[in-house]
Write a protein that binds this ligand. Structure first.
Ligand code: ZN
Length: 258
């Protein structure tokens, strides 16, 4: 038993749990729901794998809310484009419109903070990247072949990543790469003889057909990961995006998780 309940407060003993989250994309309501769930689950630190902004209506508030809680933080491709450091022509029309809007919103403090972040960091022996170990800004790991290339191209035993907005786990035994779905709200033990690539999903714009916010609880002592799915008031965010003039397809997709 790792946890016990006393006086209605959940205490977690002897574990070191981190909430690894990514692709918040300016969705404050989703972020607040995730922060609340993570603290109820006993998370002692937060790791953000990038794309704080882009798409959503609250870029500054998301950065300011997360920043004081972060043990590690990465910059993502949308953050870089909002800073003017990545060519916005790489993005589709609606993403570009949202990026231009975001660029005008960013406060000087938030801009200066994002400017300092890198797309790749090591934290307690774990590799953190926004996109992939071999290309931390751009590459999409959506299939086992790309995952396999990355297991061969970089040295790591566990890598947490984001960027695709699709939670998934890849494992490599030294010869072959295997793909596993991450069941929601169920801890999964990382086989110690394997190497692992774990996509933590997206807080602010999930694309796996489930509109609930996603993040991963990583327990560094137990060697487990748990995909958490957390409901949040999607309609409130959609109404806010509509009011702020963000493109209709961007708020419609939140309701469908795609
Ligand atoms: Zn993203």
């Amino acid at each position: 038993m790792k946890g016990d309940r006393a006086c209605g407060i959940l205490r977690v003993r002897g574990s070191m749990r981190y909430a690894a989250l990514s692709d918040v994309h300016g969705n404050l309501e989703a972020l607040e729901a995730v922060l609340q769930d993570a603290s109820q689950q006993g998370a002692r630190g937060f790791l953000c794998l990038g794309d704080f902004v882009g798409y959503g209506p609250d870029p500054n508030a998301c950065v300011e809310t997360l920043r004081p809680q972060l043990s590690a933080a990465l910059v993502g491709n949308h953050d870089l484009a909002a800073l003017g450091r990545l060519d916005a022509r790489r993005f589709n029309l609606f993403a570009r419109v949202a990026l231009e809007w975001t660029r005008e919103q960013l406060s000087a403090t938030v801009r200066a903070y994002l400017e300092r972040l890198k797309p790749r960091e090591e934290f307690e022996g774990v590799l953190l990247v926004h996109a992939s170990p071999q290309d931390p800004v751009q590459e999409y790991i959506l299939d086992w072949e790309t995952a396999d290339d990355n297991f061969r191209a970089a040295e790591f035993s566990l890598c947490l990543f984001g960027h695709t907005h699709v939670p998934v786990r890849f494992a490599h035994d030294g010869h072959r790469t295997y793909v596993f779905l991450l069941p929601a709200n169920t801890p999964v033990r990382l086989e110690p003889d394997f190497r692992h690539l774990v996509n933590v999903g997206s807080v602010g714009q999930p694309r796996d057909g489930d509109p609930r916010a996603a993040y991963v609880l990583w327990d560094s002592e137990e060697g487990t990961v748990e995909l958490r799915r957390v409901p949040y008031p999607v309609e409130a965010v959609q109404a806010k995006m509509q009011r702020k003039g963000l493109p209709r397809p961007l708020w419609e997709r939140l309701g469908e998780g795609r």
